[in-house]
Design a binder for this molecule. Structure first.
Ligand code: S3P
Length: 428
């Protein structure tokens, strides 16, 4: 499906961002390995977290879903049944990597498959440490899905300094570690999103420039009542859209404000954005606030590479903001963007060039020569079936000279099924 995006005069209104994708996955996975019943409120109805639910059902976990309320009858660490068909992770890297850690640790005989995009993403990053831990996990050409998992002879605790700043990798190792008698230790020098350790209550302490986190069979996994906050990564599209439209005022209710997720807010504020966080409070174990975004004239920024893991999913739409900023912005240290649902550095360079922006794609980032008066071409923007490319292109196109088109627009349902309706709702 191709979506027409009409340029808007301004954006005004109040939205509730969709439930957080990362936290939804984790709440379901952790509820499954507890021994009791958990209730999850505001579970994401987006395709990726739904893939996690369907995989868990295949593993014999009873799950009732009533709209956004999900009840999971935990089976405990050793209660999974052997699935009769491959577990289909769809487009979801988080499902494959986190569930991969769990089923490898549990030693459940199964295979994990994904769609074309997921099958082209490297899984070697989890295969290597999980194999060191004694898990039996292998992939096509040693790297890709389908992943084959077999029973093992026991999990060894390892001390694992993360070679890549990835929350999915960190989580996969810690989750497999939950099945070992010995302690597994993961060291991260640059802190990535901390939902896994936060929700499981894993012990961690400062270590070098970052921290060391431990897991083992001793960690008790309680049944929990989870309340999923709004997804900051989805909200980021509106933070940028509100900042680049004269007269805009957008309010985002109950948006997740986990400090390990909100570097994009800090970067936008460095650019001069007027974003205020009101009513700060906690929802479950996560901080949330209501965000108010008003238009300003943005200025260029060179975000420190150490911020990248905390805004990895927001970088594409930050690039859109940078096109409208006064001066040249430089993004570095973002090579990981090449390993997402698509190569997001090359995809964004293509989108921004089609719009007529002055950008240079680099091996690990992008140079963007901004212009507050920039008017993007009305173009046909390819999203390459990547939800975040489609939404970034849409935000860009709201300031175009005429009607634009975003291809494969239905892919926004991977993380934000209501995106197009929300855009129409606040367009003026
Ligand atoms: C996620 C971690 C990030 C992010 C992804 C969700 C998670 O991936 O891009 O959308 O839930 O842990 P990496 O850990 O591979 O950077």
């Amino acid at each position: 499906m191709t979506e027409n995006v009409v340029p808007v005069k301004t954006l005004k209104g109040k939205l509730i961002p969709p439930p957080d994708k990362s936290i939804s996955h984790r709440s379901a996975l952790f509820a499954a390995i507890s021994s009791e019943k958990s209730i999850i409120k505001n579970y994401s109805q987006a395709a990726d977290p739904q893939s996690t639910l369907s995989c868990l059902r295949q593993l014999g976990v009873e799950i009732e879903q009533n709209g956004t309320q999900v009840t999971v009858q935990g089976v405990g660490r050793d209660g999974f049944s052997t699935p009769s068909a491959p577990l289909d992770c769809g487009n979801s890297g988080t499902t494959m990597r986190l569930l991969g850690g769990i089923v490898s640790g549990a030693g459940v005989e199964c295979s994990l498959v994904g769609d074309e995009s997921l099958s082209a993403r490297t899984m070697k990053r989890i295969i290597d440490p999980l194999t060191q831990m004694g898990c039996s996990i292998s992939g096509r050409e040693g790297t890709f899905a389908p992943l084959q998992i077999k029973p093992h002879r026991g999990i060894k605790g390892i001390r694992y300094p993360l070679p890549i700043e990835s929350a999915q990798l960190k989580s996969a190792v810690l989750l497999a570690g939950l099945f070992g008698e010995e302690s597994t230790e993961v060291i991260e020098n640059v802190l990535s999103r901390d939902h896994t350790e936060r929700l499981l209550g894993l012990k961690s302490e400062p270590y070098g420039t970052g921290k060391i986190i431990r897991s083992s069979r001793e960690v008790f996994i309680p049944a929990q009542n989870y309340q999923i906050p709004g997804d900051f990564s989805a909200a980021a599209f509106w933070l940028v859209a509100g900042s680049i439209h004269e007269g805009a005022e957008i309010e985002l209710e109950s948006t997740g404000m986990n400090p390990s997720r909100i570097a994009a807010l800090e970067i936008l504020q460095q650019m001069g954005a007027e974003i205020t966080a009101e009513n700060p409070r906690n929802e479950g174990k996560e901080p949330v606030a209501d965000l108010i975004i008003r238009h300003v004239n943005l200025k260029a920024v060179n975000p420190d590479a150490s911020m990248v893991p905390n805004c990895i999913d927001e970088l594409p739409v930050l690039m859109v903001a940078m096109c409208f900023a006064e001066g040249t912005s430089i993004i570095t240290g973002a090579e990981e963007l090449r390993h997402k649902e698509t190569d997001r550095l090359s995809a964004m360079a293509k989108i921004l060039q089609l719009a007529g922006a002055s950008v240079e794609e680099k091996r690990d980032g992008m140079v963007i020569h901004g212009n507050p008066a920039f008017t993007p071409n009305s173009a046909i923007y390819p999203s390459l079936h990547d939800h975040r490319m489609a939404m970034a292109a849409a935000v860009l196109a709201t300031r175009a000279s005429g009607v634009s088109q975003v291809e494969d627009a239905e892919c926004t349902a991977i993380s934000y099924p209501g995106f197009w309706a929300h855009l129409k709702q606040i367009s003026r």
